[in-house]
Design a protein around this ligand. Structure first.
Ligand SMILES: Nc1nc2c(ncn2[C@@H]2O[C@H](COP(=O)(O)OP(=O)(O)OP(=O)(O)O)[C@@H](O)[C@H]2O)c(=O)[nH]1
Ligand SMILES: [Zn+2]
Length: 343
């Protein structure tokens, strides 16, 4: 496998000894895996390393040795500067989920209502991370006017939108066209919109069957095991990890409230319309928590999501997306901030 197939940009880092390059393909609790020109290896992380690699990272390594498991292995010497980051935005800050991603396919289902505002905010987040967003309108076989819908969204978002269906195979060629050799893509979107179906179709059935990419856990859910970055024959790479899948299209406090109908109803019964549900008299939320009518766990997860939404919103309000130059400065600043927050 040559470096270009692995996504190495030929115009970068001319002075690097390419034989020491490896790209991280999987991050497990106990170890990491990576691909080099010569094949797959175990990656070991010395305790002195400041920033931990994520899937998609390019690292400089020591020469190969055989580790305790008898596998070819290398030590990470340095994580190279990321061209882009896909991060999960939490109340503890940005958590990088994948690095050096060129295209983020944002999958949204044609048969479900979606909020353009929310999609828009997510698109801004992807761009802020340095990747190119593309919207996929999935399951177009379930609606009648899908091409009108595609054009409408394209128009409103000023962005490429591809309608797909795994039932009649439409749109697959267009998706593959945006995944040329050497490119790296991820698929994100809410649960059930059809991400796995798309990735499996793109990868081809035989790859899926023979490489044991997916495995059912005890509860019958799909869990991604082993490798988390795949080469699509004749095309680019796909990163598919549980963390990447969890990158949520959150950002609107209103959406959070809407997801908790009981809390929404109760807050309308508070004595003061601007109640913070803390120590105010006549607070229906506090009363419901005392009486047990509202579950403490539910209230806590509501507060957590609310904080995350606020955090993302504040980030977005500060960002000026119109200026591409500024955008790139922000990417490198983001990388520095992430490095700093790890210290
Ligand atoms: N009609 C129709 N159904 C589809 C299509 N794509 C996926 N589905 C169905 O939608 C359901 C969810 O698809 P998945 O691919 O598992 O969705 P996902 O986004 O990977 O979901 P998570 O694994 O929970 O993140 C399955 O029952 C699929 O068969 C499509 O193009 N048309
Ligand atoms: Zn209240």
């Amino acid at each position: 496998m040559n470096l270009k197939t692995l996504g190495w940009p030929s115009d970068m880092h001319q002075d690097i000894d390419v034989s020491s390059l490896a790209r991280v393909t999987a991050v497990h609790r106990s170890h990491m895996r990576a691909l080099t020109e010569k094949g797959e290896i175990n990656l070991h992380i010395p305790g002195s390393l400041e920033d931990l690699p994520v899937v998609g990272d390019w690292v400089l390594t020591t020469p190969e040795f055989e580790d305790e498991q008898g596998e070819p292995a290398r030590l990470v010497k340095e994580v190279l500067t990321r061209s882009s980051i896909l991060a999960r935005w939490t109340d503890r800050g940005e958590q990088p989920m994948a690095a050096n991603v060129d295209t983020v396919f944002i999958v949204t289902s044609a048969n479900l209502d979606f909020k353009l505002n929310r999609l828009h905010r997510f698109i801004l987040l992807v761009r802020k991370g340095g990747a190119e967003p593309v919207v996929i309108l999935s399951k177009t076989d379930l609606v009648e006017n899908s091409s009108d819908l595609v054009r409408e969204i394209e128009d409103k978002l000023q962005l490429k939108v591809i309608g797909t269906s795994i039932v009649n195979d439409s749109g697959m060629a267009k998706v593959l066209e945006l995944m040329p050799e050497g490119s790296t893509s991820v698929f994100v979107g809410s649960s059930g919109v059809g991400k796995s179906s798309l990735v499996n179709r793109i990868m081809g059935e035989e790859v899926q069957l023979t490489s044991g990419i997916r495995e059912d856990d005890a509860k019958g859910r799909h869990t991604t095991t082993a490798r988390q970055m795949f080469v699509v024959d004749g095309h680019g790479l796909i990163i598919d990890t549980p963390g990447v899948r969890e990158v949520q299209i959150f950002g609107d406090a209103d959406d959070v409230v809407g997801a908790f109908p009981l809390i929404e109803e109760l807050s309308q019964q508070c004595k003061f319309s601007n109640c913070h549900h803390e120590t105010e008299p006549g607070c229906a939320i506090q009363e419901a928590l005392d009486s047990g009518a509202l579950d403490v766990g539910e209230w806590e997860s509501y507060l957590k999501l609310q904080r995350e939404a606020d955090h993302v919103k504040r980030k977005m309000d500060k960002a000026d997306m119109a200026n591409a130059k500024k955008r790139w400065k922000k990417v490198s600043r983001l990388v520095r901030e992430i490095k700093k927050s790890k210290r």
